[in-house]
Design a protein around this ligand. Sequence first.
Ligand code: 2HA
Ligand code: ZN
Length: 276
Amino acid sequence: MSICDLDVMRRMIRLCDDGWQQGWHERNGGNLTYRMTEEEVAEARPYFDAQPRPWVNMGVTGKNLAGAYFIATGSGKYFRNVMPDPEDSLCIVEINGAGDSYRIVWGLVNGGRPTSEFPSHFMNHSVRCEATGGACRVIYHAHPANLIAMTYVLPLTDRDFTRELWRSATECPVVFPGGVGVVGWMVPGGAQIALATCEKMKEFDAAVWAHHGLFVSGPDFDTAFGLMHTIEKSAEIWVKAHSVGMPIRQTIEDADLIAIAEEFGVSLRRDFLGDA
Ligand code: 2HA
Ligand code: ZN
């Protein structure tokens, strides 16, 4: 028995491998963090290092995450290597009582630190945790190519992306009835993109990063991966339909979207329906 046999670790590792298999994680692209339950921390604690590594200030504060534990991918680590070598690629970090620093308690056995986007993930966990009454546990960032391609040709608005994605596959309005937010191009890894993403994540559970990728959140690994997968699948259909060289002849109309929402008992963002 090793820590990697724990159910929570197996799910974390599986998502990393699934994302790699999808082609969303070239080189060290993408990052994943998971906020552990108390039971999961108790199960993992026997495997923690005898001596935790030093506290590192994050430059951001999340009061509601004081004392939380996260499993995180490592900075510069490759999703491709997570399944064969999780101890080298992943870590568990503990957040201090002030909610402004972390320390590594397990993993990254060959050195390193959590993902370069950790402050961004941490702030988004704080926002999503608040917005969902504690339900949100996963923040996942990937580089899905079709969605990125859309950011070169569509206006970078929440409404434009949401409408095009909803209309590109019938399941979309059911899977993300709240729509998606869009963040304009920014330097990755910094405070500015973290803040801009947080603003979107107060309203949406997914945020498109122009010319870069997608940020999603969810209560568990399956839901977060499923959201990434559904959005990218829809983007792929959109790109294909717009690439075959024939005009778009028909689509899912607003009345159809409303009918889907009624049938499945979800409420679509009304300001994304009808004429702008
Ligand atoms: O981890 O994807 O946005 C590498 C990245 C940064
Ligand atoms: Zn990225």
